[in-house]
Design a protein around this ligand. Sequence first.
Ligand code: AMP
Ligand code: TRP
Length: 338
Amino acid sequence: MTTADSKPRVFSGIQPTSDSFHLGNYLGALRQWVALQETSDAFYCVVDQHAITVSHDPKVLHQRSRTSAAQLLALGVDPERSALFIQSQVPEHALLNWILGCETGFGEASRMTQFKDKSAKQERTTVGLFTYPVLQAADILLYQTDRVPVGEDQRQHLELSRDLAARFNNTYGRTFTVPEAYILKETATIKDLTEPEKKMSKSSSGPRGCLNLLDEPNQMRKKIKSAVTDSEAEVRYDAENKAGVSNLLVVYSALSGTAIDKLEDEYRGKGYGDFKSDLAELVAESLEPIARATREYLDDKAELDRLLTKGAEKARAVASRTLAKAYKKVGFYPPVAN
Ligand code: AMP
Ligand code: TRP
């Protein structure tokens, strides 16, 4: 379903599970969040309920939710145009989660590869972690979402959301828009800087492999300069045989807007030193303003919380309509006012 002025509806979420987002989050997903505001009616959510599917510290979680929201604003999420909110402020997410959980097959949920990866790393695996993708489907379906900007690692979860929407509509009559994943091919997976065969990630990357948006500029330069390349000294894109250099080319191209083949021409015969120094400057220059703006948003806590409350109110107005429909369809009584 599209909105009254017929702009497509966009929804995405990000977990507040680190003190800073990283370059993979930024290029794989968050830049698209910002760009899509131009053409869409966007809802962006800090998914703190997903964050407690693994063990957490309440104080740290609370602080990280705020830092995450501040970073999204600093990146250019515009609270006037889009709804920016914290998931736990909109109770409809957990309520639809229950209904969708009762539509999800146990075997279907068992096939989710992210669950397998994450549970293997936990001492103790919770039911919440197992049903994580169902809550994600609830997030998306509540907003009658057309498009979901994410990185490649979310494709399977998006497929589940689509299947659940279609199944529910089929069983109970049209209720949910069937959403589509919006994944940019070029930046779908940014790789770890020290182990370029793996994706960049806050959990699995070593300290030098993951470039955080809130790193000090000099730290960013160091990380780029110490990125793993190869012994050829030829700046050429070849994801299979030159994973490290190819990843740096992807980052360079995404941040500069220059096509990869143009960059190859530019650095022909120059070796990796010049290439890395230029990229280190580009990264530091591009990301430093984001860190500065984040600090400014964090300095005014009351204003930030006010923006988030406004975002949650806007989100709830839409979410509660969808939930009421779903309640009716499955034969529930409506919630009473308190
Ligand atoms: P996460 O930090 O895993 O919660 O991811 C938040 C968003 O960033 C999701 O849309 C992911 O698909 C995306 N993302 C995470 N890591 C990467 C990466 N290395 N490359 C591209 N996108 C990523
Ligand atoms: N699972 C997503 C991630 O790890 C976060 C997420 C939760 C999400 N709900 C969502 C992403 C809804 C898109 C839409 O990145």
